[in-house]
Design a protein around this ligand. Structure first.
Ligand SMILES: Cc1cc2nc3c(=O)[nH]c(=O)nc-3n(C[C@H](O)[C@H](O)[C@H](O)COP(=O)(O)OP(=O)(O)OC[C@H]3O[C@@H](n4cnc5c(N)ncnc54)[C@H](O)[C@@H]3O)c2cc1C
Length: 531
């Protein structure tokens, strides 16, 4: 993984000429004067771990499981939001962990947590490192040090129950490897977020991820039927039946907990047969509102396609749904992509097509759908090129009930325009439910001299607009540290107190990813506040 950008450095994309013209003429983007620094020039805080902790850790897991070198620390610094990338490009590694620790089993994780609690060392679980909400930036607050707990060695497919269609897998598996292992049994998870190539199963569960095929396969949290969690207070083993009336569902407390209560060390997931057929197609709608109504009809009355994605007028014009042809300004109205996977694709496609047509959709055939499917993981590479060219580009997302969506859409766009002047704001709907849907915004604007402050202002404005318009602060990116305030506004003081009480019981010394979900309290944070 590119340490200051996205993905495979060999796949770095050059900006198409159409995009360069757009940036220059429409947004006034100019090449930045500063170049990105080299890896060895990244400035890191001096290592702070107590020597006794290092010795005991090496004795526990072996010296190979403990890395203290510059490169390992850099590669485990923060995640992949635009502010994360801007800081790394500028050589700011102040959020780096002191060491990277690689356990290989649940028992290893339990032992590391006990040791960290004894030495008051903070533990940041690290899956694929693709968090975009500050989920990996260590909150050092009074801790004796910080380790990144890299889960890459927990990478096994443990068992497959084809009768129940449940597979047990370890959390450090990246999505493509998990799919490869399951494909040997003719199975799939069906979770394909845009970060698919690098993100892990543990990260999906810990941040309540949602993939591009969520209309058909569901969100990741819908797929989790059981979890094992190592906490400083012991092991939680949750989920012994498909559904249960035995009290509140504690699995839901772990899903979305982002490492604040402990480390997920195995997952039992509902799996599906590998789809025998696939087809993707495009539809044209005269307006975003018309396309949205068509999506609502499919979500409420069916039949739901596996992939359902509608770009607004601006996103359609720029061509973001087709990263291979981006910048080839075209089209009026809105592009909808529908994908069908499974058995009997043709029948579903025909039935869904009748609903789309009844709402004013015009079929565009398979070409736009195939182009979307081909370029579906390409857009993040484009972000690196845009940043290097002097544009600030970032995404944000929310969700709301159908009746609130138009207001939410207008409010976020207005807030972004107010904060940034004349940015390009694009939006799509790509996760639908009978009761509502998510909105995913992509923003491009010319970088100012301080792009971090520029984006921080825009993000504050967008967050306030989302809260005021009744949306959730995140449909699938999570809370991390970036959304803490808005999350507190969403669940209220009592809600935050409940979460704090759970943390105090499971993690009494507050070592587990301190600072995600809510601001830490207690001696560690008091020391931080003083210092
Ligand atoms: C380019 C790009 C595209 C993206 N597209 C999508 C998308 O389409 N849909 C979507 O949902 N998200 C998307 N994301 C966000 C991100 O990929 C998801 O949040 C994903 O779930 C993170 O997985 P990860 O393995 O990288 O986790 P990490 O980033 O390593 O961790 C995420 C959080 O979970 C914690 N954590 C990780 N593993 C564990 C564990 N085993 N136990 C406890 N806590 C743990 C971490 O400490 C952190 O707080 C995207 C991100 C990028 C950069």
């Amino acid at each position: 993984m590119n340490w200051r950008g996205w993905g495979d450095p060999d796949k770095e994309a050059d900006l198409p000429e159409g995009v360069r013209t757009l940036l220059r003429d429409l947004l006034g983007v100019r090449e930045p004067t500063a170049r990105a620094v080299a890896l060895d020039a990244v400035r890191l805080p001096p290592p702070a771990l107590p020597p006794a902790f290092e010795r005991e850790l090496a004795a526990l897991l072996g010296q190979d499981a403990l890395r203290l070198d510059h490169e390992s620390r850099v590669r485990h610094t923060r995640g992949k939001s635009t502010p994360d990338l801007l800081r790394m490009r500028a050589g700011d590694g102040r959020d780096a962990p002191d060491a990277v620790v690689s356990p290989a089993s649940h028992d290893d994780v339990l032992a590391v947590l006990r040791l960290c609690a004894a030495h008051r060392v903070a533990v940041v679980p690290f899956g694929g490192g693709t968090s975009v909400v500050g989920g990996l930036a260590a909150d050092r607050g009074g801790h004796a040090g910080v380790i990144a707990l890299d889960l890459a060695r927990l990478d096994r497919l443990i068992s497959v129950d084809t009768e129940s269609m449940v597979a047990c897998l370890e959390p450090g598996l990246r999505a493509p490897e998990a799919e490869r292992l399951l494909a040997e049994h003719g199975l799939t998870i069906g979770h394909f977020p845009q970060s698919y190539e690098y993100a892990t199963l543990g990260g999906f569960a810990a941040a309540r991820s949602s993939g591009q095929a969520s209309a058909g396969y569901g969100r990741f949290d819908d797929m989790v039927v059981g979890l094992t969690v190592a906490t400083p207070s012991g092991t939680l083993d949750l989920g012994r039946a498909p559904k249960s009336a035995a009290g509140p569902d504690l699995r839901q407390l772990v899903l979305g907990s982002e490492g604040a209560f402990g480390i997920i060390t195995s997952l039992r997931l509902r799996v599906r047969p590998l789809p025998p057929e696939r087809a993707y197609e495009g539809w044209h709608f005269p307006s975003f509102a018309a396309g949205r109504e068509a999506m609502r009809a499919l979500a409420q009355e069916g039949p739901p396609p596996t992939v359902l994605r509608l770009s607004d007028e601006t996103e359609t014009m720029v061509g973001l749904a087709r990263p291979d042809d981006i910048g080839a300004l075209s089209a009026d109205g809105c592009l909808l992509i529908a994908g069908y996977e499974g058995a009997g694709v043709e029948a579903t496609r025909e039935a869904a097509g009748r609903v789309l047509a009844a709402h004013g959709g015009k079929p565009l055939g398979e070409e736009p759908g195939e182009a979307w499917a081909h370029g579906r993981y390409a857009a993040p590479y484009l972000r690196d090129s845009l940043l290097a060219a002097g544009a600030t580009v970032e995404t944000l997302e929310t969700a709301g009930f159908w009746s609130d969506l138009p207001r939410l859409y207008d409010a976020v766009r207005l807030a972004l325009h107010g904060a940034l002047g004349s940015p390009l704001v694009m939006c799509h709907v790509s996760h639908v439910y009978p009761t509502g849907a998510s909105l995913y915004f992509t923003v491009v604007t010319a970088q100012t001299d301080d792009p971090l402050e520029q984006w921080a202002g825009a993000k504050r404005a967008a967050n306030d607009a989302i809260v005021a318009a009744g949306g959730t602060i995140s449909h699938h990116h999570g809370v991390g540290r970036d959304h803490r305030d808005a999350y507190a506004a969403e669940i209220g003081d009592l809600g935050i107190e409940v979460l704090r009480a759970v943390k105090e019981r499971l993690d009494p010394t507050g070592i587990c990813n301190p600072g995600v979900l809510f601001t830490p309290t207690g001696p560690a944070s008091e020391e931080r506040d003083r210092g």
